[in-house]
Design a protein around this ligand. Structure first.
Ligand code: ZN
Length: 153
């Protein structure tokens, strides 16, 4: 099993589980990166600045963590844009189609704190789990990712 992490996971990590207090959590995540099981897509790295320079530097310098965007993924991003023209508006949801496209290409699971919207939601209110469903990509929350590994801190 492999996982693609959303921006909110990395920002939540630095804000709620700082490394000086939760070193084992960071070490555990880094170990999954070294094993090729956790990554982010390039579009997420750009958003990670919101979590500060330290977080951005950590993500950028972590060997094997940031995956480049491929042509195959751009095709999926274009499909999502055509199916949901109102979803990405400026910076709103900007990286989300890329996360889904990356998880689809790698057959990985998305880890995101976004909550699923009910049926009939307008495009601008759609969330990653809703659109990911359409591409048969699974989305789980951070604690489910932790539980999947059986980690305890
Ligand atoms: Zn990847």
């Amino acid at each position: 099993m492999s996982y693609t992490l959303d921006t909110n996971i990395l920002i939540g990590l630095i804000q709620r589980y700082p490394r000086d207090i939760f070193p084992a959590m960071w070490d555990s995540i880094e170990a999954t990166v070294a094993a090729g099981e956790s990554c982010i897509c390039e579009a997420i790295l750009r958003e990670v600045h919101r979590g500060g320079d330290d977080l951005h530097d950590w993500a950028k310098n972590l060997q094997g963590f940031v995956c480049s965007i491929t042509d195959e993924e751009l095709v999926t991003v274009a499909q999502i844009g055509a199916a949901h023209p109102g979803w990405v508006q400026g910076q709103l949801n900007e990286a989300d189609p890329f996360v889904i496209a990356h998880a689809k290409a790698e057959q990985s699971t998305i880890v995101s704190e976004e909550n699923r919207k009910g049926p009939g939601a307008e495009d601008k209110n759609q969330k990653i789990p809703n659109i990911a469903d359409e591409h048969r990509v699974r989305t789980i929350k951070f604690f489910d990712y932790i539980r999947a590994y059986g980690w305890q801190f």
